[in-house]
Design a protein around this ligand. Sequence first.
Ligand SMILES: *[C@@H]1O[C@H](CO)[C@@H](O)[C@H](O)[C@H]1NC(C)=O
Ligand SMILES: *[C@@H]1O[C@H](CO)[C@@H](O)[C@H](O)[C@H]1NC(C)=O
Length: 183
Amino acid sequence: MGMASCVQNYLLAILLLATYASSHHQHKKPLHFSLFQHETINKTGYIIVNGIEGGAGITETTTPFGTLFVFQDPLTATANRSSKVIGTAEGTSITSSVDGLQSISIAKLTLRLKHHKGSVSIVGGTNNVKPSDHPVVGGTGDFLFVQGYVTSSPVDLKGLTVVYKIQFHLYWPPYATQASWKS
Ligand SMILES: *[C@@H]1O[C@H](CO)[C@@H](O)[C@H](O)[C@H]1NC(C)=O
Ligand SMILES: *[C@@H]1O[C@H](CO)[C@@H](O)[C@H](O)[C@H]1NC(C)=O
């Protein structure tokens, strides 16, 4: 083996080692994607505690002040309910405005994406007829240490099943390296 090829092999080994090391301490890249939440009254979402009497009525967009609602809704790839189910939204919301249009929502979104599996927890105010941003408070599995926000926008509020588009904007802090959650 000549001197040149010896040096070449040595450099190759260093390169491989460097690649290995960096792939094991890589910062996780931000993720941006959308899913669609389907909520069917008295099937995937229920009023558990009635709100105050004489307040806003129960419609597709309003519930009386103080209403406690619980849901377990499928999250699909497109607005079509027959499209692939990618996850589940489990949570609760409490009507927090007297006009019945706004609520405080707490939810755990379990996700089965191609390369990311786990859950994202969100909390925040929801406006039933306008897009609402919900801060991400954390996650589990491949979403451990996740930050960011999800935007929930009404797509179809007519009928027994209401549909919301959920846009995810997920970021990881520098300490959430591949190594820290894989090993
Ligand atoms: C859902 O169930 C409640 C309680 O049984 C009932 O009062 C309400 O009319 C139902 N809503 C719909 C849209 O079926
Ligand atoms: C929804 O998807 C199903 C199955 O793929 C299809 O038959 C149907 O036409 C779609 N509906 C709409 C409104 O696109």
